[in-house]
Design a protein around this ligand. Structure first.
Ligand code: NAP
Ligand code: MG
Length: 495
């Protein structure tokens, strides 16, 4: 599919400078902004292919009002079963149009087409899982004093605000919007301007599925304008934010103005701990994949590997071998990894690599993008090691395909290194020793721990979220439904 084919972008309502122009989606209508539109660039070629409306406080006001009206209107009157059915219909539409949607996501983010297809299946799965759960969240009856009936009912929070990053625009939409709608909230989404065209295509499918006006609203624009206006809006009842720790702090401060609860999914520096008794071939394959998938632009990327000294050299040789075989390419090449999102990120990652080299950190492997990719935002996947815990490549989130290998002698030391950053999102443990598996799972400070695997295919069912600087609150699984709803205790005295 060609990326300049207008049929690829049916949700784009107009044209600007000869390219599709996407507008805001408010109360099931496409809404323009007076501000100059933002350019949407394909990272694999650094070429513009669409424009986005640039919203601010005015559009956010309008979207929040539309969401409130939906709660008081048709959307708020639907039963949980009816909400679930709309979500299942949406899920089916995503699967029906998977190929077109995947190409849009691949162009916008630069990711390999297979990854974009997997992302669409994940979105469909989010709406299937939460659509199916919508009418299965029940309340409680509490035994209390004689003469009383006490029930605890689950209610929507109200207008939920969602601010998402550019690395998985589609998956983030599914992850945060599906549970919000399942619980009967009305959502206002501010996706990242770097890549979010897919969200507007999803909005079009939401209309087709039959969602009433205002259940879902999307305002595109810059974080400091649209994002800031949304997070400090007096009319919202909740904020879900996924992004950097720095902006997460701003969002939480803004939400605090009106005592609005927040779920923050921030970054990570996730370790995989490899013991000498592990299945080293399997571990090496997973270690390579966990940092190169999506070009390392994954909050839960396995950006560190912590290896027992006895096997450090042979194990890292296995990892290096896999790095040397990595295929790097454009979406249509369907390689192992594509470019990173933009030039700023590209330069930032290259600077991390150059500085570590300058510090004398050994390079264990590096794959080079082919010369004909020079136009796009490609970076060379690189393995450093052994790296001291204080070196930036071992303790800062790079958000690129750069792996830091660290070495340990004892189990205690392995745990100290694994816990030795400000983050705590995901960890992996590779060992055949069952008791050790249990000890590490308990002592590693992290939202998820994987044993002899990593990521486990994304896992819509699995509660996900951070500790420490990785954030707080949980998404995914049934826990997301608790985060996105509240309870009311009804005490009835009948004598
Ligand atoms: P970011 O700069 O924090 O941006 C995230 C979102 O916040 C974007 O929509 C951005 O808008 C918006 N934003 C920026 N400034 C804002 C402000 N003052 N008020 C409100 N919103 C504002 O993060 P990013 O660079 O896009 O994404 C990379 C980061 O996300 C990494 O740290 C990564 O680890 C993290 N991440 C975490 C998870 C997780 O689940 N834990 C998942 C994915 C990514 P614009 O970009 O449009 O300006
Ligand atoms: Mg883009």
């Amino acid at each position: 599919m060609r990326n300049d084919d207008p049929a690829l972008f049916p949700a784009a309502g107009g044209r600007h400078d000869g390219l599709p122009l996407y507008r805001h989606f408010i109360a099931n209508e496409w809404v323009s902004s007076s501000a100059a539109p933002l350019t949407v660039v394909a990272p694999a070629t650094a070429t513009p292919f669409a424009f986005l409306a640039s919203g601010g406080a005015t559009e956010i006001d309008r979207a929040v009002a539309a969401a409130r009206a939906a709660l008081d209107g048709d959307w708020g009157r639907l039963t949980a079963t009816e909400r679930g059915r709309l979500m299942l219909r949406f899920s089916a539409l995503v699967l029906e149009q998977l190929e077109r949607l995947a190409w849009i996501e691949a162009h916008d983010t630069g990711k390999p087409i297979s990854q974009a297809r997997a992302d669409m299946r994940a979105v469909a799965r989010y709406f299937e899982f939460y659509g199916g759960a919508a009418d299965k969240v029940h309340g409680d009856v509490i035994p209390y004093l004689n003469g009383y009936n006490v029930s605890v009912v689950r209610e929507p929070l109200g207008v939920t605000a969602h601010i998402t990053p550019w690395n998985y625009p589609a998956q983030m939409f599914g992850r945060t919007i599906a549970p919000a709608l399942a619980m009967g909230n009305a959502a206002v989404l501010k996706p990242a301007e770097e890549a979010c065209v897919i969200c507007l295509e999803f909005a079009r499918l939401a209309v087709e599925a039959g969602f009433p006006p205002g259940a879902l609203n999307i305002v595109t624009g810059l974080g400091e304008q649209a994002g800031a206006a949304l997070s400090r809006h007096a009319g919202i009842n909740f904020v879900s934010f996924t992004g950097s720790p720095e902006v997460g702090r701003l969002v939480q401060e803004a939400a605090a103005l009106h005592h609005v609860p927040v779920v923050l999914e921030l970054g990570g520096k996730s370790p995989q701990v490899v013991f000498a008794d592990a299945d080293l071939q399997a571990a090496a394959t997973t270690v390579c994949k966990a940092i190169t998938q999506n070009a390392g632009q994954t909050c839960s990327a396995g950006s560190r590997v912590v290896v027992e000294r006895a096997i450090f050299e042979p194990f890292m040789a296995m990892v290096a071998q896999r790095f040397s075989e990595l295929r790097i390419g454009r979406p249509e090449d369907d390689a192992d990894l594509g470019p990173v999102i933009n030039q700023v990120q590209q330069q930032r990652i290259l600077a991390f690599i150059a500085n570590a080299r300058k510090d004398g950190v050994p390079v264990l492997a590096q794959a080079r993008p082919a010369a004909d990719l020079a136009q796009g935002y490609f970076v060379p996947p690189t393995v450093f090691g052994p790296v001291d815990i204080t070196n930036p490549v071992a303790c800062q989130e790079i958000f690129g395909p750069v792996l830091a290998a660290q070495v340990f002698d004892t189990e205690d030391e392995a745990i100290a290194i694994a816990n030795g950053t400000e983050f705590g999102l995901v960890a992996g443990v590779w060992t055949r020793d069952g008791a050790r598996q249990q000890r590490l799972a308990k002592r590693i400070v992290s939202g998820q721990v994987f044993i002899n695997c990593y990521g486990a295919g994304g896992g819509v069912e699995l509660p996900f979220g951070g500790t420490k600087r990785s954030g707080h609150g949980r998404e995914k699984g049934l826990m997301a439904l608790e985060e996105m709803s509240t309870t009311k205790t009804v005490v009835n005295f009948h004598g």
